[in-house]
Design a protein around this ligand. Structure first.
Ligand SMILES: C[S@@+](CC[C@H](N)C(=O)[O-])C[C@H]1O[C@@H](n2cnc3c(N)ncnc32)[C@H](O)[C@@H]1O
Length: 280
């Protein structure tokens, strides 16, 4: 299942990168979902959209990690599953030219598109690397802030992804992720639904398991900072798609849909302890 899922995710996001925008995560479905504030919307509050290339926002996020990350000038930021680069370009406004922003994505077409976006704005301090969250192409203890927007639900081994995020952060470094989680378990049929996986549904973990995976990686201060329904209404066209995809009634699908939450989670890597002993 893992290999099939990753191939389906890569194929679908490759198509979106070439053809243009989508709606809520990379849904191949007809509907858009959720009231979650997107990165582009939050950018409209304060960031300078004129420094964000137009092709960077493909409508794939499910929240906005940037506003919570409190990125400071000169910091190094890593975006996990950077897509066409929207959050990287927003982060670069906060780091300034002395900072450094790295986006990592496993889909070659996304990396090509993101690099083209960076080149069009001559942003020399924003770079995109092809790679997987489970094996980040980033040196250990070199990053101040790890962000991610609607990606870790797509990763079959979430523990491994959080362990990698922990490895690359400097002591005291921050993690801020927007993602989709479950308030309660869904029927096994949904887990087998590959199109649902690509649409950020079938791979979603229970919120409690998600937070436990962050803690197990070594993070402290793990906190849900915001939580909102991902599929906001029983009449959302997504409900019909779930019914069709999982072979359940519309009523059951409505009940399943109500369990998906869009969350913002923050945590930090413990600061280095002062090992200078007082005994000698
Ligand atoms: C829903 S899109 C979000 C893109 C971006 N964060 C945004 O908000 O526009 C998910 C992205 O994660 C990437 N992705 C999924 N699983 C991944 C993995 N295991 N390693 C690296 N990238 C992954 C996909 O290629 C895709 O570009």
């Amino acid at each position: 299942m893992t290999d099939d899922v990753k191939k389906a995710v890569r194929d679908q996001y490759g198509k979106i990168a070439v053809e243009g925008g989508s709606c809520c995560c990379g849904s191949a479905m007809s509907s858009c979902c959720g009231p979650a504030e997107t990165s582009a919307e939050s950018a409209a509050d304060g960031a300078r959209l004129d420094t964000v290339p137009a092709g960077a926002d493909l409508g794939l996020g499910c929240g906005s990690p940037i506003t919570l990350a409190a990125i400071q000038p000169g910091e190094t930021v890593l975006d996990l599953g950077s897509g066409a680069g929207i959050d990287c370009f927003l982060a670069a406004q906060h780091t300034g030219p002395m900072g450094h922003v790295i986006g990592v994505d496993m889909t070659p077409e996304m990396i090509t598109r993101a690099r083209g976006n960076a080149a069009s704005f001559r942003l020399g301090n924003v770079e995109f690397r092809l790679g997987e969250l489970e094996n980040l192409p980033v040196e250990g203890a070199t990053v101040d802030v790890v962000i991610s927007n609607c990606v870790i639900n797509l990763v079959p081994d979430k523990r491994r992804a959080f362990a990698e995020a922990y490895r690359v952060l400097v002591p005291g470094g921050r993690l801020v992720v927007s993602d989709i989680v479950l308030a309660s378990e869904v029927p096994p049929g949904l887990r087998e639904w590959v199109a649902g996986y690509v649409a950020c549904l079938s791979g979603a973990a229970l919120e409690s398991e998600y937070l436990a995976a962050v803690e197990e990686a070594g993070f402290e201060g793990v906190k849900v900072r915001e939580r909102a329904p991902f599929i906001s209404s029983p009449s959302d066209p997504f409900v019909e798609e779930i019914a069709r995809g999982c072979g359940v009634t519309e009523q059951e699908a409505g009940d399943i849909a109500a369990r998906f939450m869009s969350v913002r989670v923050s945590a930090r890597k413990p600061a280095a302890r002062d090992t200078r002993g007082g005994d000698d």
